[in-house]
Design a protein around this ligand. Structure first.
Ligand SMILES: [Ca+2]
Ligand SMILES: [Zn+2]
Length: 210
């Protein structure tokens, strides 16, 4: 815990500097997009740190994206997530893999860990994503995705995985746009269940980043 607090203090001083650096590079790499919704942005400049449940997400550490589904998910939910992942993320440069066991320690942890729990869920929240093991000011070796329910619609699976690779909501994009802007694809919020894919803007953001 003390390590986390020290990091918070150290990182706070550097936030503005990082934001400036990353926004500059984002502007050149994603020129064609109507907005930039890849963390960090001018409106998504929380530090990338080791957060506990429902903190904040970062970018993932590289294009190789290993995933693990914990036992809290039903086998039906696991296969749902897996099939949606392969369809929704196939048009991106990310390479999804399914190791036979999860790695929670060391320098190459399983990138995305999915689980089901109602803990921390309130109001209309149906899922959230957080970084568990930050490895740079913008990227994370392992991010957790928690779903409130076992019934995970295609938009939600796409959305939370989007956070786990750094995609933000419209309000956190730069410039900020409506939370339901059509170019957000499955990153709209709240989840109306009608946007089952990433859409061209998110694909371009991912492919410019990884
Ligand atoms: Ca990785
Ligand atoms: Zn979200």
């Amino acid at each position: 815990m003390s390590r986390l607090f020290r990091n918070v203090a150290a990182v706070s001083a550097g936030v503005i500097g990082w934001a400036a650096i990353f926004v500059t590079s984002g502007a050149t790499s994603a020129m064609a997009a109507p907005f930039d919704n890849m963390y960090p942005t001018l409106n998504a400049e929380w530090p990338c740190l080791d957060y506990s449940a429902h903190g904040h997400f970062c970018q993932t550490d590289n294009k190789d994206m290993s995933v693990w589904m914990q036992g809290s998910l039903t086998s039906a939910a696991k296969s749902t997530i897996k099939s949606r992942l392969s369809n929704q993320y196939a048009p991106t440069d990310l390479v999804v893999s399914y190791p036979s066991s999860a790695s929670y320690t060391g320098s190459s942890e399983t990138d995305i860990v999915y689980q089901q729990s109602t803990s921390g869920m309130s109001g209309t929240t149906i899922g959230f994503t957080w970084c568990d093991d930050a490895v740079s000011p913008s990227s994370c070796d392992q991010q957790y995705v928690r779903f409130r329910y076992d019934s995970i619609d295609a938009e939600l699976a796409c959305h939370e995985t989007g956070h786990a690779v750094g995609l933000t909501h419209g309000r956190q994009a730069s410039p900020a746009v409506s939370q339901t802007n059509s170019a957000l694809g499955c990153m709209e919020t709240p989840d109306y269940g009608n946007r089952t894919g990433l859409g061209s803007n998110n694909i371009a953001e991912i492919n410019a980043t990884y």
